[in-house]
Design a protein around this ligand. Structure first.
Ligand code: COA
Length: 386
């Protein structure tokens, strides 16, 4: 063909939507959540306050916050069919993200149809933690724990996972994590949600689609490998030789580098500080110190190894450390990411719904030309073979 088709593989550099929800400044290393710098909002706000901010573009009054909390609390209990599906999935040893995606599709059984877009948003945000926690317990051969209406959204998630009253430090740590990852521009799962909404489909379908996109290792894929790397290094003296050997073998260091951020991902700092507070309060400070040493060593070696690439710490590195400090198994890392990101997906879905334009990009055709009917199997075989 030879002419410029305007093709942008992966839509890199294409601006496909306007949003007031978050601004990712990759060169400046800044992230705004509805106007607030992530480093001031995430460690101070409750998750419910951030949900209100995203849905209504302002923080709630006291009465609005109480109303939102009550509406989420009322939607935490899973329909019996959802629980039955989770039991069957656990018997089959299904991966937690697969179970979460399947179960989310059944949430419309929670109320008579049609639910309406705002109701679906409340349901999705309220019920995802219940699904993750119930499934995790079933997978471990234990019974799900019913939600506790006296607890806030984040404390209740920890309660349903562990059956133990969470400490203030643990709740704050997880709240900061969920706020930090709540929204991040037009990432793959958010884009998926907006594409689905743009067909005037429903919000639960958008969330189910977004979960499918998040599952992939190039997106929500586990920060588990970053944690494994720190544990495999084990002691500070081993950091440099182990990391040098990995780079010499052409391996990528997990938790470093980003497609958009060319400076340190601002979320890494927020999560590092949250991890420091948590490990100070109740964790193994040795693990935190080791991780910091591994980070410093990795950034220095990457600068030597690929000076032009500007490889810095990304969100995954301290996500791993923080969630591990909170006592979460690595298999829960991506589902817990979804528990936070669902607030962003639902807000993007509402935004798309209000200012809709059907997503319909074009493709550049690179297939055959001039094929003609009738079809002769022998000729066709000869053509393929030739
Ligand atoms: N360790 C070692 N080398 C790395 C690296 C890493 N973590 N990240 C990038 N590089 C290298 C690449 O191999 C490439 O080298 P080359 O030019 O010789 O091929 C160079 O740096 C430039 O990388 P680039 O192509 O700009 O990266 P990308 O935009 O395709 O990839 C990531 C971004 C996040 C996928 C990539 O940095 C990576 O794989 N990081 C490790 C996995 C990870 O932490 N993922 C979570 C992301 S939030």
């Amino acid at each position: 063909m030879g002419t410029d088709t305007g093709l942008r593989p992966g839509l890199e550099g294409v601006v496909a939507a306007e949003t007031r929800l978050s601004h990712v400044d990759g060169n400046g290393g800044r992230l705004l959540i509805a106007g607030y710098p992530v480093e001031s909002l995430a460690p101070q706000a409750t998750f419910e306050e951030v949900v209100h901010l995203l849905w209504h573009d302002r923080l709630p009054s006291g009465a609005e916050l109480s109303a939102l909390q009550a509406s989420l609390t009322a939607r935490r209990t899973l329909p019996p069919a959802t629980l039955a599906l989770l039991r069957a999935a656990a018997e089959g040893g299904c991966a937690p993200m697969d179970a979460l995606q399947m179960a989310t599709a059944t949430l419309r059984l929670a109320a008579p149809a049609p639910l309406g877009i705002e109701e679906e948003a409340r349901l999705a945000v309220a019920a995802l933690p219940s699904i993750v926690a119930a499934y995790w317990r079933l997978l471990k051969g234990r019974e799900p724990i019913p939600p506790d209406p006296r607890l806030g959204h984040v404390a209740n998630y920890l309660w349903m996972l562990t059956g133990q009253a969470p400490t203030a430090a643990t709740v704050r740590g997880l709240e900061t994590y969920l706020n930090t990852v709540v929204d991040h521009g037009l990432n793959a799962s958010t884009f998926t949600a907006r594409v689905i909404m743009s067909t005037q489909s429903d919000l639960l379908s958008a969330v189910v689609g977004a979960l499918g996109a998040l599952k992939g290792p190039l997106h929500g894929g586990a920060p588990g490998p970053a944690l494994d790397m720190v544990f495999a290094i084990g002691t500070p003296e081993r950091a440099e030789p182990v990391l040098r050997a990995k780079l010499a073998q052409g391996e990528r260091l997990m938790g470093f580098g980003h497609r958009i951020y060319k400076v340190r991902d601002p979320r890494a700092l927020v999560l590092q500080q949250a991890a420091a507070q948590l490990y100070d309060a109740e964790g193994d400070r040795g693990v935190y110190g080791l991780a910091q040493h591994v980070e410093r060593t990795a950034v220095a070696l990457l600068a030597e190894h690929k000076p032009a690439a500007q490889l810095q710490t990304n969100v995954e590195f301290y996500t791993a450390l923080l969630l591990h400090g909170l006592g979460l198994d690595t298999a829960l890392f991506t589902p817990t990411f979804a528990v936070g990101r669902v607030a962003g997906w639902s807000a993007h879905a509402l935004e798309q719904h209000r200012h809709n334009r059907l997503f319909r990009p074009q493709s550049a055709y690179v297939g055959a030309e001039g094929r003609a009917w009738p079809y002769h199997p022998e000729t066709q075989i000869a053509e393929v073979a030739g």
